[in-house]
Design a protein around this ligand. Structure first.
Ligand code: ATP
Ligand code: MG
Length: 473
């Protein structure tokens, strides 16, 4: 027996279904926003992260998995994915012709040597988007609105969006001076990390999560008093646009983020589960005006993006019962009454699978009773029984396990028959085509409706009706 490496976890069976569901929902939604998938390496040169995430960040100072490879190159397991995406955009010259913006989405594992605790792992998964080539504050709004509506789509109703502006270079320069002055008389009482942050980048102190330090931080100067007119105007445009879109937010002038590349608008999504548990930020992001240039792209090219932690999303969704719509059952379970019918069973199995029916077969020589028990365990819609008579007549017995009705069906009619049965059942239960209704079939639980009850997940039926309106909810 080997133990898991500290801070890692297996994602298996039903748990893996949940990860797939969350990732697929986000991917599909990103496609609606015209983001394209980018898959970049998990290992990158260490200096990429030193340059981008920044030497003064906790991530680079203490959390990276860095090693020398056999060729003496310093390699790092990516602690975040933005740097790799931007590197890839630059290396592939996607911005060279000024054809802005390049819009990317990604999903995959990240590695940080952190103290493992609730919602915090050493290997975890992120989904994120980047917009490289931002020339308008409304691109920032696009990134924020993607995150906001994607989380709503997953079922997060009481979402809290915290937003702040870190300003442009000039704003931050003035702000840093003010912070340096303020913290000079407190830094000796603060944690060792803060002492180091004071030397490296005083802004980082605002991100300290230690309670005693937060008391001191509370009274520190606020960035809002140091924003240049240009940064103020940019921030205001973003806020106005969020208002227009009906996206609720809370300005949090203590929000600075833990990565050095952010400037101007930064934001985080928070959520407290119905059990009162908070797992930290579900997702976070912001604008970056220097990162692309620092990695070798066009100097004046700006960008923005956001990343979500899949582990945190899944944990909160589990707590709040937001996975009720995952169908982990199968369509058909094939039950040969004798081992000699197994080859016939296999032919039918292949026919079903190639026609898109999720199917399984019993090849363990179990009794009929045991096979029915297994069909129930697999949450099968149909039990398909093959006996002597069925072989002779080239047919199969189809038992609908939801109403217990059974019929003998010719193999040549089987696909059509199952299609019509499943269609009839769906029509009976579901009027909305999003297939996301809860068990009692009363409400649609796709959570993709906006405040006025209009459908915003693009899953309308042919008449473009939302099922909530249709059902008068
Ligand atoms: P935190 O403040 O919680 O440490 P962060 O500022 O380090 O988060 P980012 O680097 O912006 O987070 O990463 C984006 C998202 O990735 C976070 O909002 C969170 O959901 C998730 N995340 C970050 N670190 C971890 C981790 N160690 N384990 C699981 N998820 C994580
Ligand atoms: Mg962190």
């Amino acid at each position: 027996m080997f133990n898991l490496v500290k801070g890692t976890h297996d994602i298996i069976l039903n748990e893996a279904d949940k990860y797939t569901y969350v990732e697929q929902t986000l991917i599909q939604f990103a496609e609606f926003y015209n983001f394209k998938e980018f898959r970049t390496p998990i290992i990158e040169s260490s200096d990429l992260f030193q340059r981008s995430v920044g030497d003064s960040s906790d991530i680079v100072r203490k959390e990276m998995y860095t090693f020398l490879d056999k060729g003496d190159r310093s390699i790092t397991l990516r602690p975040e994915i933005t740097a790799g995406i931007i590197r890839s955009i630059v290396n592939n010259k996607l911005l060279a012709l000024g054809d802005y913006p390049v819009k990317a989405y990604y999903v995959g594992p990240c590695f940080r040597y952190e103290r493992p605790q609730q919602g915090r792992y050493r290997q975890f998964n992120q989904f994120g988007i980047e917009i490289a080539g931002v020339t308008s504050p409304y691109r920032d709004v696009e990134a924020i609105s993607f995150g906001y509506f994607a989380l709503k789509l997953l079922g997060f109703e009481n979402l809290k969006l915290k937003i702040n502006s870190l300003g442009d270079d000039e704003s931050r320069k003035n702000y840093r001076e003010a912070l340096n002055k303020y913290f000079a008389s407190y830094v000796d009482q603060m944690c060792d990390d803060c002492k180091e942050r004071y030397k490296l980048n005083v802004l980082r102190i605002l991100d300290c999560k230690i309670k005693e330090d937060q008391e001191i931080i509370k009274n520190a100067p606020k960035i809002s008093d140091y924003l240049t007119d240009k940064s103020k105007d940019y921030f205001q445009k973003v806020l106005n646009s969020l208002d227009e879109l009906g996206i609720e937010y809370e300005i949090d002038d203590g929000l600075v983020r833990g990565l050095d590349y952010y400037s101007d608008v930064v934001f985080e999504f928070h959520y407290t589960s119905s059990k009162g548990l908070s797992y930290g930020a579900l997702g976070a992001g912001g604008h970056y005006n220097k990162l692309i240039g620092e990695i070798g792209g066009p100097k004046d090219c700006e960008g923005c993006g956001l990343a979500m932690g899949i582990e945190r999303l899944v944990s909160v969704m589990e707590d709040d019962g937001l996975f009720s719509n995952i169908d982990d059952g199968i369509d058909c379970y094939i039950m040969p009454l004798s081992q000699e019918f197994q080859p016939n069973a296999l032919n039918i199995l292949s026919l079903l699978r190639l026609n898109g029916f999720k199917s399984e077969v019993s090849l363990e020589g179990k009794s009929l009773k045991a096979m029915f028990k297994k069909a129930l365990k697999l949450n099968a819609k149909f039990a398909l029984i093959i006996g002597e008579d069925e072989i002779k007549t080239n047919s199969i017995i189809c038992k609908n396990l939801s109403n217990q009705e059974q019929e003998s069906i010719l193999i040549e009619d089987l696909v059509r028959y199952l299609d019509s049965q499943i269609d009839a059942e769906e029509e009976h239960h579901h009027e909305c085509c999003c297939h996301d209704h809860n068990e009692s079939d009363k409400d649609c639980c796709c959570h993709a409706h906006d405040d006025e009850g209009k459908h915003c997940c693009h899953n309308q039926n042919e008449d473009h009706e939302c099922c909530r309106e249709k059902k008068g909810n």
